[in-house]
Design a protein around this ligand. Structure first.
Ligand code: PEP
Length: 237
């Protein structure tokens, strides 16, 4: 059963969320579809029917950090997942040190983590693997006693594929995801699930589904349309 993570980013207003919920009503497979709306709308999702996560958490638990939202505050809103290290946050705010602290906080508070990794531009296979290895190590090294096969999932998102409509070919994707899984198994003795993210849509999902080792998808743009997400759900096995 593959996971489907719907990252709304900073899109949709209250009325749009209401329409969205009316459209997906009773048609979502709760155990495998996770919604990541903006914080003001987390409470709009009834947690009996939907899994909901935050797109980020603060690196600190409490205190004077203007504009941040703590893990405890987000838990009160009903999240059970969080995305950490999305490339859009890495670009503006988060470095490896913050990402490692956030993973620590999330896992210590029983919040499942979708850790995003991915290279900025198209690189050779060797360069891609070495870049990913470094992102994995920075995230895992200080958290290895907390990470297990159920509480952390990797989303491999080549940054050049996010929102661009261009995705890696199946062979490259298969090799990269195999590399990530094998590297984590060999280095940390963990079988971690790996999602793919980057321009996943209705017109490329059948092709992506041919790659057996993908454990699910992190979907941005296409998740904003309820009928697209329902069609994607029916195509993703
Ligand atoms: C994302 O933001 O993580 C993402 C994959 O976006 P998109 O599907 O729009 O490329």
């Amino acid at each position: 059963m593959k996971l489907i993570c719907c990252n709304f980013k900073m899109n949709l207003l209250k009325k749009d969320i209401e329409n969205y919920l009316n459209n997906i009503n009773n048609k979502i497979e709760k155990e495998r579809v996770i919604f990541f709306p903006s914080i003001p709308y987390i409470e709009s999702f009834n947690k009996e029917n939907y899994l909901v996560g935050s797109q980020n958490i603060s690196f600190n638990e409490f205190g004077s950090i203007t504009g941040d939202t703590s893990i405890h505050q987000l838990k009160e809103l009903g999240i059970t997942y969080t995305i950490i290290g999305h490339s859009e946050r890495r670009k503006y705010f988060d470095d490896d040190k913050y990402i490692s602290k956030k993973i620590n906080l999330a896992l210590n508070n029983n919040i499942k983590t979708i850790l995003c990794i991915g290279e900025l531009e198209k690189l050779s296979e060797e360069e891609t693997n070495s870049f990913l290895k470094s992102e994995i190590d920075q995230a895992f090294l200080d958290n290895i006693n907390l990470i297990n096969e159920n509480n952390l999932i990797i989303a491999y998102e080549p940054i050049w594929a996010i929102g661009s409509g261009v995705i890696p070919d199946n062979n490259c994707l298969n090799n990269t995801i195999s590399f990530i899984k094998n590297y984590i198994k060999e280095s940390y003795n963990l079988n971690i699930k790996v999602l793919y993210g980057g321009s996943v849509k209705l017109d490329n999902i059948d092709n992506l589904e041919k790659i057996n080792i993908i454990d699910g998808y992190l979907i941005g743009g296409a998740s904003l349309n309820p009928s697209d997400i329902l069609s994607l759900q029916s195509k993703i096995k």
